[in-house]
Design a protein around this ligand. Structure first.
Ligand code: B1M
Length: 234
């Protein structure tokens, strides 16, 4: 891309700007990412498109180079920080909704896992779709989930895991719910890059959600099924 010194982001066309955002995310340039996010919004881009086409698109490149040993943890942390800068601008827009409250979800990343970008995206999108969100953050033990579900009288438990070593912990949480006789009181949705549908089924979750948009649709679907069951039972 153009020489960083004389680059004026607002003078780039959309395609050039998104390409520049990929570079800036890669270089962990939070201020530039925030500025470019705002420029795209000012040009009429939908917040969801800025999120998926520019920020998530850029983060995918970072992820691939992290996997291939080209980038290391400190650089990825900077990229994640830049991404969060962009997300902080999008959050109120994605959460802006006149939709009636759909239900309440407790969400958190599982024990041993500190990845939170995907989980945060899911929380944002769910909020935007009218769900009330209780975000437990990262590194959650089973007690933390169960205590929040009871305290918040939640409808849905959402768990996120990004590591193959931490995803089995989701089963620990679901098994504990079964032991305590509360499994069927909640809709359990799981997600995270290393998961798939088969894993979701095997651990006893209600559904695996490939991405944040799927999480919203799945949650809506399960909530309306619950309402229908309750009405039929009444
Ligand atoms: Co980590 N990391 N990381 N990392 N990291 C991965 C996951 C990895 C795949 C990289 C790689 O090798 N290619 C690899 C895991 C390999 C494996 O398990 N097989 C890995 C590793 C190995 C590690 C460390 C062990 C590295 C080390 O220390 N040697 C370490 C672990 C720390 C720990 O957790 N204990 C580590 C650390 C880090 C950072 C701290 C540097 C940073 C995290 C910063 C942060 O999150 N605040 C980081 C990052 C950023 C990544 C990558 C590059 C990007 C993850 C991300 O944010 N993606 C990642 C590579 C990759 O995934 N390509 C990688 C963007 C995000 C939007 O996608 O999270 O998949 P995702 O979320 C999606 C869906 O999955 C879904 O919706 C989201 C939005 O569409 N979804 C849900 C997610 N959660 C959901 C919950 C739901 C529903 C849907 O509930 C209802």
């Amino acid at each position: 891309m153009a020489d960083e010194d004389d680059l004026i982001l607002s003078e780039l066309d959309d395609e050039e700007l998104v390409a520049q955002m990929f570079d800036d995310l890669y270089d962990g340039l939070r201020d530039e990412i925030m500025e470019a996010t705002q420029i795209l919004l000012d040009r009429g881009w939908a917040p969801y498109d800025v999120l998926t086409k520019a920020l998530v698109g850029g983060m995918t490149i970072v992820g691939n180079d992290f996997r291939d040993g080209i980038l290391f943890v400190p650089e990825v942390l900077l990229a994640a920080n830049a991404m969060k800068g962009g997300m902080s601008i999008l959050k109120p827009l994605l959460a802006e909704t006149d939709a009636p409250r759909m239900g309440k979800m407790v969400i958190g990343t599982v024990k041993g896992d500190i990845h939170d970008i995907g989980k945060n995206l899911v929380a944002m999108m769910m909020e935007g779709a009218g769900f009330e969100i209780v975000d437990l953050g990262i590194n959650n033990a089973v007690e933390s989930y169960l205590e929040a579900l009871a305290r918040e009288k939640a409808d849905i438990l959402g768990m996120s895991a990004l590591l193959t070593t931490t995803m089995p912990y989701m089963k620990v949480v679901i098994d504990t719910m079964k032991e305590q006789g509360i499994r069927d009181d909640y809709i359990v949705l799981v997600g995270g890059a290393p998961l798939n549908e088969e894993f979701g089924r095997a651990i006893g979750a209600d559904a695996y959600c490939r991405d944040a948009a799927v999480a919203v649709e799945t949650a809506k679907d399960w909530i309306s099924r619950r309402h229908n069951q309750m009405q039929a039972g009444a």
